[in-house]
Design a protein around this ligand. Structure first.
Ligand SMILES: Cc1cc2nc3c(=O)[nH]c(=O)nc-3n(C[C@H](O)[C@H](O)[C@H](O)COP(=O)(O)OP(=O)(O)OC[C@H]3O[C@@H](n4cnc5c(N)ncnc54)[C@H](O)[C@@H]3O)c2cc1C
Length: 188
């Protein structure tokens, strides 16, 4: 069983996946590659002065997959997510997968959150600051949890928050993903 399945490979999903995979949770991302980043040029993402959205996406994918071991299944659409006794069954165009945690990161598309039974308020998915939905171990991130405040850096932050909460549950204590200059050789 995969520990974490992330549905959506934009900034929210890739950020969540990077954190969980970097910290040793088996993580798979399913993505149909329709991220809004394909239309964007970033001048407002802190630390990046000017970058085409496609370039940002390519770097983010490489960082998540090559540096930190995320499995990215591009063009595999998730058609349903069901909660069972021991986790989730994620149904895709190619098969079925089991996971302990699910992170919904499908942009403004809230269909899977609705079919999974997540509670909504005013048409957006209800989450707390950990990004967990009303369905235990199911998280919602990015555009689907806000009416209009849609920015890449907010989505990436949501993904990180969801991942840290998953890691906190798994490790049994508050988890911080802190690195120091001494760690550079291990990562680069
Ligand atoms: C024209 C334009 C310009 C923009 N300019 C900026 C800007 O300058 N600065 C900025 O910060 N933001 C900008 N944005 C907004 C920014 O791109 C979004 O806020 C950001 O991409 C949202 O990230 P996300 O991860 O929440 O969703 P998305 O980036 O939309 O990613 C969602 C991903 O989920 C996938 N997906 C959806 N359903 C499924 C499914 N069932 N199965 C598998 N995969 C699925 C989609 O294909 C997509 O790849 C712009 C947006 C647009 C449209």
């Amino acid at each position: 069983m995969t520990e974490v399945i992330v549905i959506g490979g934009g900034p929210a999903g890739l950020s969540a996946a990077l954190f969980t995979s970097k910290n040793d949770l088996d993580t798979t991302v399913f993505d149909t590659d329709k991220t809004w980043l394909h239309k964007a040029h970033l001048f407002n993402y802190l630390g990046i002065r000017s970058m085409d959205g496609d370039v940002f996406l390519e770097r983010a994918r490489e960082q998540a997959t090559k540096d930190h071991g995320v499995e990215l299944r591009k063009s595999e659409e998730v058609t349903d997510v069901k909660q069972g006794d021991s986790g989730f069954t994620v149904v895709t165009s190619d098969g079925e997968y089991e996971a302990t945690y699910v992170v919904l990161a499908t942009g403004a598309n809230r269909d899977l959150a609705e079919s999974l039974g997540c509670e909504f308020t005013d048409d957006v998915v209800d989450v707390d600051v950990t990004m967990e939905t009303s369905v235990e171990n199911a998280y919602a991130t990015g555009a689907m949890v806000r009416a209009e405040e849609w920015q890449a850096v907010i989505s990436a932050g949501d993904g990180a928050a969801a991942a840290l909460n998953i890691l906190t549950k798994e490790k049994g204590e508050h988890f911080h993903d802190f690195d120091t200059p001494a760690d550079v050789d291990q990562i680069s």
